[in-house]
Design a protein around this ligand. Sequence first.
Ligand SMILES: [Zn+2]
Length: 307
Amino acid sequence: MKTKILVPLALLSALVVLSSNSPRTEAPPAGAWEKITNALPAQAWAKPQKSRKLLVFSATAGFRHASIATGKVALTELGKKTGAFEAVVSDDLAHFEPQAIQQFDAICFLSTTQDVLSPHPEVLKKMSDDEKKIATETTVRLRKSLMNFIESGKGFVGIHAATDTLYNMPEYGRMIGGYFDGHPWNAGTQVQIDVEKGLEKHPLTQMFQGQSMNFKEEIYQHKDPYSSKTQQVLLRLNVEKSGQVGGMKRQDGDYGVAWARLHGKGRVFYCSLGHNHEIYWNEKILSHYLAGIQWAIGDLAAKVEHE
Ligand SMILES: [Zn+2]
């Protein structure tokens, strides 16, 4: 059993060392690998049309979640166990270059924060004016490349802080469907998450069998361009049945937790769950992530309707 645990962790830490702005010590909590393994779905929701590659990118220019390390293991093992995709865990910006990005079927932003398509602020500080000029040109090119990738028919998957990312790129906000606007419900708040009414049998929510989830998790509120109208909300916070909190800003009470949307010819899946480590060994949520990823990749059919 021990070697089984050591191999993937060693591999992951090697990848973490390669990336420029991830702390070298990042690792999931003790026992996480086994809990994740036990919670993984037995099989994919749909047979992949061909071998699929998902870039799992978790660069951060702002807050860095400890659960990123856990999420990396969960997504890697989810793809391996079900055969739905191969997760390429890397924060290397070279993957976003117009040619390089084409090797992927979808890009996953796992709790990224702030301006992740530019060099890390600490790196930027040390650059000469010429280097900064090149960096700016590179950022423009990578932004365009990411948007072209999605709009041309590929997939995008956002987990948790992916909406706390790229505020300076409004086309990203429109693509993902909203920007983070604080979390009135903290990591320790007991919350209830409901399946959106009428979607009990939807391919992206069927794993919940119409049942609500109750657990402790940090829940985001989102601001413009967020709207339930411009995306298909899949999961929603039940405000009445969740812990009472301050700081709620939405007059319309619209607190979507997961959604899907079409963007150009591409498919975008976002799930805000993923702050606490436990989310990554929750059977239902792993199954939900898998469905969302397979839909974004283009293997799982699902009706997604919005304005
Ligand atoms: Zn968080």
